[in-house]
Write a protein that binds this ligand. Structure first.
Ligand SMILES: Cc1cc2nc3c(=O)[nH]c(=O)nc-3n(C[C@H](O)[C@H](O)[C@H](O)COP(=O)(O)OP(=O)(O)OC[C@H]3O[C@@H](n4cnc5c(N)ncnc54)[C@H](O)[C@@H]3O)c2cc1C
Length: 287
């Protein structure tokens, strides 16, 4: 099918993009990589009256490391997250997760900002960025706000981004020498969306105890979630089989959902298994 008719604007700067969003409000949609929006428009599940194509806004495509933070512009493509040495060195979990997004053609076009704004519950970047403690920067002609990633997702395919706001960048804390991490997902076939996925980022102290932990699960429920009870269980001691098993048990209680691919109980069980797996990865499986 072909999309419903729409107006097309192609701003050259961030300010022009925000002015277009302010002018057209809910009638407008941002076009980034088009990997989710264009199929939805072709199926006429999305019928924006105006498309604001941000691909010419060079300042949204920058990637830099500054003051212990990796700053990914909204237009940074998944392929760059997968391969750029600044990402693989500063936040290797992001590169590992990006390599699991769809297929190379999808990764060449799809963007960090588009993935977060689209808010698919099973998207790799949303879950992994939750485990890193990233902050998302939103801008409109009225100003700028920084939103912790756990506040971004409010439901399946729904975020707190207002129609007039542009997601401009994501700020991710750079990993240190004692940061450990794990990422795992379960898909029915290569390149497919995950039925469930999990990520963890642990900071160890000088004695090998977990000083801080963030554990996230995606795909199992309507939004990616942080397992705060699991994080508490992990804190203050070295990882042991018992602690890992107890932490993983909290994943089995996440809100699940049924669809044609899997029932809720199955996704919850998968999530528990994946949390166990990522914690084992984080400590090199030496327990
Ligand atoms: C065959 C196929 C397989 C895929 N597999 C996976 C997968 O395994 N894992 C996965 O995570 N994704 C997968 N995707 C989706 C892909 O990762 C998309 O890149 C992503 O969901 C959307 O990014 P995009 O840049 O293409 O955004 P677009 O499609 O251009 O936009 C998506 C939505 O985000 C909004 N938006 C985009 N950028 C901004 C911004 N800067 N500020 C505010 N709003 C914005 C748009 O208005 C739109 O509502 C797959 C897609 C395809 C076609």
């Amino acid at each position: 099918m072909k999309p419903a008719p729409f107006r097309y604007v192609r701003p050259q700067t961030r300010m022009e993009a925000m002015e277009a969003l302010a002018r057209y409000g809910e009638d407008a949609k941002v076009l980034a990589g088009g990997q989710s929006l264009v199929p939805l428009m072709n199926l006429r599940l999305a019928r924006p009256k105006v498309l604001v194509d941000i691909n010419r806004v060079a300042e949204l495509g920058t990637l830099e490391r500054r003051d212990g933070v990796l700053i990914l512009g909204a237009l940074v493509r998944h392929r760059q997250v997968e391969r750029d040495v600044r990402v693989t060195e500063a936040c290797p979990i992001l590169s590992r997760a990006a390599a699991h997004i769809g297929f190379p053609a999808v990764r060449n076009r799809g963007t960090v900002g588009g993935s977060l704004a689209h808010a698919d519950p099973a998207a790799e970047l949303g879950c992994v960025l939750l485990a890193t403690g990233a902050v998302v920067v939103l801008e409109s002609t009225d100003g700028r706000r920084e939103v912790p990633i756990e506040d971004l997702f409010v439901g399946p395919y729904t975020t707190c981004i207002r129609p007039e706001e542009l997601l401009v960048e994501v700020r991710v804390p750079v990993f240190g020498e004692t940061t450990r991490w794990g990422f795992a997902e379960f898909t029915r076939h290569e390149g497919g969306f995950a039925l469930a996925l999990a990520a963890c980022v642990l900071h160890l102290d000088g004695q090998g105890r977990v000083a801080a932990a963030r554990v996230a699960v995606g795909g199992a429920g309507p939004v990616p979630v942080r397992l705060r009870e699991a994080e508490q269980v992990l804190q203050g001691a070295p990882l042991s089989e018992e602690r890992v098993a107890e932490a993983a048990s909290f994943a089995c209680a996440v809100e699940g959902y049924d669809d044609v691919h899997a029932p809720a109980w199955y996704r919850q069980r998968l999530a528990g298994w994946l949390v166990r797996r990522v914690l084992q990865q984080a400590v090199g499986e030496e327990m």
